[in-house]
Design a protein around this ligand. Structure first.
Ligand SMILES: [Zn+2]
Length: 172
């Protein structure tokens, strides 16, 4: 966050919070940090490492695809999106909406959810298979590793003609 915005936020909160409550400030800060969409987040790196260790190769944030998906496995016609639970409103305990500034968060988060759904429809329409991995899924690394492998290798049962991005000849 730029310093100016940080200061503005601090000033905005200041007068309404006459007693300094480090716990509340800490909680608010982590909520704000969590709410900023980032590339190379910890969950994303974890997913990458997991599938890389299984021998799969992939592209990151492919500019040639709509919404620049997090992880793209061209050979398998598979896309893996890693979503933060709050930012993409998973509905789990990590995704509760702040009680303050609700009028700010609600439309913003609703837009994210809509955009996610539209992106999936678009990618699927192009013949891609899309798996969404949630931040909270990663609490069970073994389970998610099995799920990722099954998803990537399940292509055979879901063959669709590729209508786009067929520049490279596939060997399989
Ligand atoms: Zn979640």
């Amino acid at each position: 966050m730029p310093k100016k915005a940080k200061d503005a936020r601090r000033n905005a909160v200041g007068p309404r919070r006459p007693i300094f409550d480090p716990e509340a400030v800490g909680a608010a800060r982590s909520r704000i940090m969590r709410s900023i969409p980032q590339k190379d987040t910890k969950p994303e790196v974890l997913v990458r490492k997991t599938i890389h260790a299984m021998g799969f190769r992939f592209r990151l944030h492919d500019r040639n695809l709509p919404s620049r998906p997090d992880i793209v496995l061209r050979c398998h016609k598979a896309i893996i999106q890693v979503h933060g639970c709050f930012w993409h409103q998973h509905g789990c305990s990590l995704s509760s909406i702040p009680r303050t500034r609700t009028e700010y968060w609600l439309p913003k988060l609703a837009r994210n959810v809509e955009r996610d759904a539209a992106n999936v429809r678009l990618l699927e329409g192009m013949g891609w298979r899309v798996l969404t991995v949630w931040e909270c899924d990663l609490k069970e690394p073994k389970r998610i590793a099995r799920k990722l492998k099954a998803f990537i290798l399940s292509r055979q049962t879901l063959r669709k003609p590729s209508r786009s991005l067929s520049t490279s000849k596939r060997s399989r």
